[in-house]
Design a protein around this ligand. Structure first.
Ligand code: ADP
Length: 264
């Protein structure tokens, strides 16, 4: 954890440099990312939004190196990850990157503690009791330590997923619609935990969302259209995000009905 008087640790942690991703070959190929360049400062929270099919998932998968870009670079602390061998990349993902998904992805047979410590065990590390207790406490799960996912609410299950993502103390925390399956109040609590990880913990967060309320908690909102960054807003209000999404939705619809015209 950072102490308050250390001040903000600035500087770029992650950079996507002219990232392209093309699915398929020849005539049926789809350009899901069409040259995305974007930097992520340490200890910031970025929300990524855009109409369906705009490339958000592809962006997240490329940024988190779950999938390799067709061309371009993904730099973590200046190191080009696209050049790394698969084994080194797997290790790096385990140690430096945490994920939170919409569907929680917990193992139903394991209790909270065992779900949370699973990434450490998979990495061949012995869980540090104090660290595990701290993460479980921070996510408000202390009284649920021995419960299995089936005995928990959706919000509690997502807390477990966040604790599991934080237990390796990753530099980067990626979220794919992390509040998509939750009611508004629970979503706000989960958002609070993500925000806390960025504000007082070690993390830099990048979250894909379609929810303007979620995006309004971010330091920056990046909008994708047709695999390109079409707009960016710094610390926007819910209304500003919603207005931008409406504009992009209209733009995307216009594009679909008149694909040969440039509507931009
Ligand atoms: P979003 O998350 O914004 O809905 P995606 O990143 O899922 O967008 O998709 C972007 C584009 O790439 C879409 O046209 C989609 O159909 C296409 N696409 C995504 N994944 C694949 C795939 N595995 N094979 C072929 N096309 C894909």
């Amino acid at each position: 954890m950072r102490s308050e008087d250390e001040g903000p640790d600035t500087g770029e942690l992650l950079r996507l440099q002219d990232v392209r991703k093309v699915y398929g070959r020849t005539r049926n190929s789809v350009e899901a990312l069409a040259g995305v360049t974007m930097g992520f400062q340490r200890h910031t929270f970025t929300a990524v939004m855009g109409p369906s099919g705009s490339g958000k998932s592809t962006f997240l998968h490329c940024a988190a190196l779950l999938d390799r870009p067709t061309s371009g670079s993904v730099l973590l602390e200046g190191q080009d990850l696209t050049q790394m061998k698969e084994r080194a990349l797997t290790k790096l993902r385990r140690n430096r990157i945490g994920f939170v998904f919409q569907s929680f992805n917990l193992l139903p047979a394991l209790n909270v503690v065992d779900n949370v410590t699973l990434p450490l065990k998979l990495a061949g590390k012995r869980p540090n009791r104090r660290l595990v207790d701290d993460v479980i406490e921070r996510t408000g799960l202390t009284s649920r330590r021995k419960h299995r996912p089936g005995e928990l609410s959706g919000g509690q299950q997502q807390r477990v997923a966040i604790a599991r993502a934080l237990v390796t103390q990753p530099a980067l925390l990626f979220g794919d619609e992390p509040t998509g399956a939750l009611d508004t109040q629970t979503a706000l609590e989960i958002l609070g935990l993500l925000r806390q990880a960025v504000d007082t913990g070690e993390q830099t967060a990048v979250v894909v969302t379609h929810d303007p309320v979620v995006a309004s908690h971010a330091d920056r909102v990046v909008f994708l259209v047709d695999g390109q960054v079409s707009a960016e807003l710094d610390r926007p209000s819910v209304e500003q995000v919603a207005a931008q999404m409406t504009q992009l939705g209209a733009w995307a619809r216009a594009r679909r009905s008149a694909p040969s015209e440039r509507v931009r």
